[in-house]
Design a protein around this ligand. Sequence first.
Ligand SMILES: *[C@@H]1O[C@H](CO)[C@@H](O)[C@H](O)[C@H]1NC(C)=O
Ligand SMILES: *[C@@H]1O[C@H](CO)[C@@H](O)[C@H](O)[C@H]1NC(C)=O
Ligand SMILES: *[C@@H]1O[C@H](CO)[C@@H](O)[C@H](O)[C@H]1NC(C)=O
Ligand SMILES: *[C@@H]1O[C@H](CO)[C@@H](O)[C@H](O)[C@H]1NC(C)=O
Ligand SMILES: *[C@@H]1O[C@H](CO)[C@@H](O)[C@H](O)[C@H]1NC(C)=O
Ligand SMILES: *[C@@H]1O[C@H](CO)[C@@H](O)[C@H](O)[C@H]1NC(C)=O
Ligand SMILES: *[C@@H]1O[C@H](CO)[C@@H](O)[C@H](O)[C@H]1NC(C)=O
Length: 833
Amino acid sequence: GPEKRLLLLSFIFFYNHIIFSVPEKVEVYSVRVVCTVTCRFARTVMTSKALNKANVAQEISLEVELPKTAFITNFSMSIDGRTYAGEVKEKEKAKKQYDKAVSKGQSAGLVKASGRKMEMFSMSVNVAAGSGVIFVLIYEELLKRTLGQYEILTRVKVEQPVEEFQIAADIYEPQGLAFVEAVATFPTNELLPLIKKTMTDTKAHISFSPTAEQQRCPQCPNQLINGDFIIKYDVKREKGFGEIQAVNGYFVHFFSPPDLARVPVNVVFVIDRSLSMAGEKMQQTREGLVSILSDLHEDDHFAIITFDSFIRNWKDHLTLATKENVSEATKYAWSIQIGSATDINSAVLSAVTMLKSGRENKQVPERSVDMIILLTDGMPNTGELVLEIQQNVRSAIAGNMSLFCLGFGNSVRYSFLDVLSRENKGITRRIFTDSDAAVQLKGFYEEVSSPLLSDVELRYPDNAVSFLTKNQYGQLFNGSEIVVAGRLNGNDMDNFLVEVSGKGVRNTHLVLTEYIFGDFTERLWAYLTIQQLLEKRFKQEKEEAAAKALDMSLQYNFVTPLTSMVVTKPQIEDTEDNSFIADKLTEVDGDPHFIIELPGKDDALCFNINDKPGTIYNLARDQKSGFQVNGQIIGKKKFTPDAKNNTYFGRFGVTHQRLGVKLDVSTDDISVFHRGKNIRLQWSDTTTVKDAGLILSLTNNCSLTVTLRHSVKFMIVRHTKTWKKHHDTQAYLGFYTLDSHHLSSSVHGLLGQFYHGVEFEVTDLYPGQVEQKSDAVMYIKGRALNVTRHWQKDFSRDVKIGKDVLCWFVDNDGNGLIDGSASDYTVPDLFTV
Ligand SMILES: *[C@@H]1O[C@H](CO)[C@@H](O)[C@H](O)[C@H]1NC(C)=O
Ligand SMILES: *[C@@H]1O[C@H](CO)[C@@H](O)[C@H](O)[C@H]1NC(C)=O
Ligand SMILES: *[C@@H]1O[C@H](CO)[C@@H](O)[C@H](O)[C@H]1NC(C)=O
Ligand SMILES: *[C@@H]1O[C@H](CO)[C@@H](O)[C@H](O)[C@H]1NC(C)=O
Ligand SMILES: *[C@@H]1O[C@H](CO)[C@@H](O)[C@H](O)[C@H]1NC(C)=O
Ligand SMILES: *[C@@H]1O[C@H](CO)[C@@H](O)[C@H](O)[C@H]1NC(C)=O
Ligand SMILES: *[C@@H]1O[C@H](CO)[C@@H](O)[C@H](O)[C@H]1NC(C)=O
């Protein structure tokens, strides 16, 4: 998942189909992923080559998933012997260049990094009949040591045998390699013997290149190579004080001494038992906790606090982790019961009090580390406001203990926990609501349960270095590593003394004089500096840090959350091109649930509209291009007095005057009118219609994606819902705007008014009237609205199951959020302009 410190990348090709014919051939004939690691700094080059074997031009797309911790540094594509290279630009400027290229009819692609989630890189390009395209993507990352190893993970999915397929890694670690391992989780084990590994003291080479024949797997014809390719390794740490690499004016110091003893911990587990934890989450928490308890060392102390709106202590003081005490605590852990609201403030404060009195009463050893592990799945909804909680906790802890937060599931207020932990020498980790949640909990505890040093400070000669990255750390854990980099003021390394101090079982004060030479240090330093500047964006120095991070991202060619990379390709004659920024903004689905997703904010707004069956609403209208979407409401087939009479969208009328396109999409079928032609499609067809300016593709019996060139891209999804009770099946439609940034600024309509974003702020959280629905006040369009937290389903990615989206719900048919009222948007006819 996104919190993993791995290199994760997936590799998927898509093919476009031509009008009513069998899929024409795009052959991906070469895929190479080559990773070069020098002193933990990994640079990966992905090269893929594809050929359009059809006798018409086709679009070829590339999608790559990479972790947020990697920065893309270059992308290029070669078509017909010409190479078009990407340029890293400030986000806004990149957008302008992209728009300009597209308006001139050029093909353009944009690489975007989007905050803390996994990042998607995608690029589509139209390739003439018989021509090929070569994509080259490069990204860099500092590998992080966790539980005694570094991991390089490549996720690969190839849908047809590839003539030339290779994953290779070259690792160079001057400190010496302790071990190197390569494994893969492919559908078949038959390919595993093809992994080759050679190793010397400091270098390793791993390669995996199955032939097209070997890639054919009889048991898994549609999957072939589909899974993770993982390389794990560690370096030798014989010297007590770590290694320094210095070259070309920069140095890097890796610090993870091998011979320190573990410091006992005093840990308070603070467990959320509010209503939203009910069911599987609570059971997984119990399992995780029980398994963590069994790993406590006999010289550790611990406590368990559970909270909803009340705080419950297992014992009101710390307990020594002897076998008997742990076994008693285990019984308690199994018995934790669900309650109601979420009072994080009081719960954390009582953990602090417990740890403090452990110290005051001299109950815990003087040489021990105090920590709190908070597990919650929601956000505070009783008592204090978030800012007050952060303030209260910070002043209570006063730098004397670490607070780690585990955010369980999607509804958790991650940024709140993130600030809370950063301000108190800890970190926040997301726990995914999957079957392995208990394992994730335990895995996290393993990482932090063996502190070797706390309050670590690494000092370098003042006059010899400048622009140091972070050199003070709350703690050093067994199996991890501290990395500090900086610029050298001169070439004289003779008097380069490094001092490291920290509190361990014994006070540690090391003086280091040795160093060796590497050859990559400046980029590593830049990488680390930018990452740490980006983290600062949570605090007061925010703006200054962001400006510095932007400058450095541009200087070193890194795609970070502040920059984008643009690639443009001149128009090739006789080809239609289209490529879009992969932003998703607005949609309507369900009975009608309107969702406005705001990717930049990582948040969403939503509202419902209830009206009589037959009513037609205008969803979008852009006078400049003549693009318009109207939707008609239908009801349930059978109304019953007891049931809620939900309504849905049952039919959409879409017009695009400039392109001469008209679509009539109902739950029964789809009619396309284009340049005097009329095509009728059934939902069960799987096909692509491609005609001047229009690409329409129908898949999965329920999903229609329409691209109107240089204008807009949207998707209509057909659902069928069965009410068992009434033996009744109902079909209805959802509308998803996938890209709208080419539409003019005057675009309006129920969805259209949000196409260019909307500014809002949410404050004043207070306890909800309804359980688990915390209310807040939202300031938007100059108004204050009462809003509640809701879940809505977004079916644009996964058409069958959907994805839960958390949003701020505006009651009363969206009044206050939308301009005017819902009735202002009704129109008499599906195609009324
Ligand atoms: C990116 O790659 C292209 C093509 O290989 C190359 O010409 C260009 O110099 C590279 N840019 C940077 C900044 O390395
Ligand atoms: C650190 O972890 C390794 C295993 O990853 C273990 O062998 C070693 O004993 C641990 N050291 C301490 C001090 O806990
Ligand atoms: C824990 O167990 C030990 C011995 O098993 C006992 O002496 C001690 O009092 C127990 N309770 C606490 C709070 O440490
Ligand atoms: C907490 O830290 C402060 C200063 O950081 C120190 O003065 C105080 O004694 C510490 N309290 C405890 C209980 O260790
Ligand atoms: C649903 O519609 C039916 C028929 O119009 C009506 O009798 C019933 O009261 C409605 N139910 C609700 C909950 O509004
Ligand atoms: C398509 O959906 C319809 C209605 O849900 C169903 O009856 C039909 O079997 C489906 N066809 C395929 C090929 O899945
Ligand atoms: C929001 O809710 C509060 C508390 O229920 C109420 O006092 C206030 O009038 C409401 N504001 C609006 C705009 O509805």
